[in-house]
Design a protein around this ligand. Structure first.
Ligand SMILES: [Cu+2]
Length: 432
């Protein structure tokens, strides 16, 4: 058992097998670079068993490699997007994964780092065919546990991709979209977390964690006003708590990890006299490490260092956070996004178990210390303050939290534009 691993392990009840904390081996991929591949990819390509490829409606193809890490759980590497009409796959992410699930209880009596302190990775669950409808369940080798039929890849309808009625003649252009879904379920204590990645035919990526399973049975003592009665009358008070979920994203837009970060803010000015409100949007390049706070009309994007679309605009992906409760209890949970200069030993947003040297800080907030961002790692923190309700028994309905990555100028037009509208790019010509 390595010393750093236990350095700050927090209490998690008697839920782990004694041997469960012994290893950190990663189920890595093996393979060679395809012959004649142009620019050298950051890592060799993966073998067929670790490859995920899906062609969606309209012809969009998503490709990636998966691996499994006993601390992070599911990791997706070398994620590429190839919309119809693009001659080659466009690299989006070098790597994407969970970076912590921090669960502090409101009474201060329990606080867990589920990934690095509570055995998240060892809790991978076997999936029955019925919970991967229409998809494929892949066997995952989990060190010290064995083979688990734990990885589902499938597709799911998402409704309209677009709709547009012609000015005259009654023609309607419409398309129904489909998403590629990749997910695992990990049990930590009484909770079960669904780690879900969603890849849409329009280039959007969704990252979500769904919490289900059971409320913690040892936390029904909230008679101190920090809980909610779940059983009959006013007896069994489930203690309120937070799930602060962190993701780590290593962008590799167009094959470069040197993407630039930009922050946008829009300021609304109310109308003067009889006029209308006006809005001014400003761009702030994020050139140094930043702990960013979500704000109304604020957003961030990662801009490709090299790639442009056919309109000559730099390709980028926008970070679109979902609803969040930002938790003020720890320095690392106080901010909604972090941009840090990438460092191999910095992998977990809190209770980082990797060795960054003597006295090195072990949480993402401390890694923001003014360095120039040339190779940014992106961290997203989405919090959920869980005040239990009667409906949480039993099993607890899945509650979701997460964010999206939305393509911004990756293609010159809607990647799903039908052929007969392909000329409608830019200001429409006025009819004469
Ligand atoms: Cu909860």
């Amino acid at each position: 058992m390595s010393v750093p691993r236990l350095r700050r392990a927090r209490r998690r009840g008697a839920v782990l097998a004694a041997g469960a904390l012994l290893g950190t081996t990663v189920a890595t991929t093996t393979a060679a670079t395809p012959a004649g591949a142009a620019p050298a990819p950051p890592r060799p390509d993966c073998s067929a068993a670790y490859r995920i490829e899906s062609k969606l409606d309209g012809g969009t193809v998503w490709r990636m490699c998966w691996r499994y890490d006993t601390d992070s759980g599911l990791v997706l590497d070398k994620v590429t997007y190839q919309p119809p009409g693009e001659p080659a796959p466009i690299r989006v992410l070098n790597s994407a994964k969970l970076a912590q699930i921090h669960v502090p209880y409101d009474d201060g009596n329990a606080e867990y780092d589920d990934l690095t302190g509570a055995g998240f990775g060892w809790g991978l669950q076997n999936l029955k065919p019925g919970e991967c409808p229409g998809g494929t369940i892949t066997s995952v080798k989990v060190p010290e546990v064995g083979k688990v039929n734990g990885l589902c890849t499938t597709t799911r309808a998402r409704g309209h991709a677009y709709r547009m009625a012609a000015d005259e003649g009654g023609k309607v252009w419409q398309a129904q979209g489909k998403d590629l879904l990749v997910y695992t379920v990990n049990k930590v204590g009484w909770y079960e977390y669904i780690t879900e990645w969603r890849f849409s035919s329009d280039g959007t990526i969704g990252a979500n964690v769904g919490a289900t399973g059971s409320l913690s049975p040892v936390d029904y003592n909230a008679t101190d006003g920090r809980g909610w009665p779940i059983g009959k009358g006013a007896r069994d008070y489930a203690t309120s708590h937070a799930h602060n979920v962190f993701w780590k994203l290593d962008f590799g837009l167009d094959g470069s990890s040197k993407g630039r970060i930009e922050q946008y803010d829009s300021k609304v000015t109310p109308p003067v006299r009889g006029g209308s409100p006006t809005v001014k949007t400003t761009r702030t390049p994020v050139t140094r490490e930043l702990a960013g706070d979500a704000k109304n009309m604020r957003w961030w994007r990662v801009v490709s260092a090299t790639g442009k679309n056919k309109d000559g605009h730099a390709r980028s992906y926008e970070i679109v956070p979902g609803h969040t409760n930002t938790y003020a209890g720890r320095p690392f949970t106080r901010h909604d996004v972090y941009f840090t200069q990438a460092r191999a030993c910095e992998q977990f947003a809190s209770n980082n178990i990797l060795n960054c040297g003597p006295n090195a800080p072990d949480s993402v907030d401390k890694w923001v210390n003014g360095e120039t961002l040339t190779n940014p790692a992106v961290w997203v923190n989405i919090g959920f303050h869980h005040i239990a309700r009667d409906e949480d028994q039993q099993p607890m309905p899945v509650h979701w939290q997460g964010f999206q990555l939305a393509p911004r100028d990756v293609t010159a037009m809607n990647p799903l534009t039908p052929a007969d509208l392909a000329g409608q790019n830019g200001a429409p010509r006025q009819r004469s």
